[in-house]
Ligand binder design. Sequence first.
Ligand SMILES: [Zn+2]
Length: 85
Amino acid sequence: MDKLATRVVTATTGPEPAQVVCPTCNAEIVTEIEHQTNTKTHIYALLLCLAMCWPCACMPYCCASCRDTVHRCPRCKSFIGVYRR
Ligand SMILES: [Zn+2]
């Protein structure tokens, strides 16, 4: 209905692809997900560095559970919502 509807969908999105109705093309779709690093990812990496765990410092970047999950519509590629850790 209004353009802010995308924000409502955010509540239903989790770390896994979700079945939603795309607010842009109004199709019932299963979201495409991608992982994005966030501030927390960098903080974890920094903490691991400070703890002298150099080989582990890149772990937060490889580990999906430390990153945000961004949901997109596979049809129109529009942004659906983001699941933050
Ligand atoms: Zn769409």
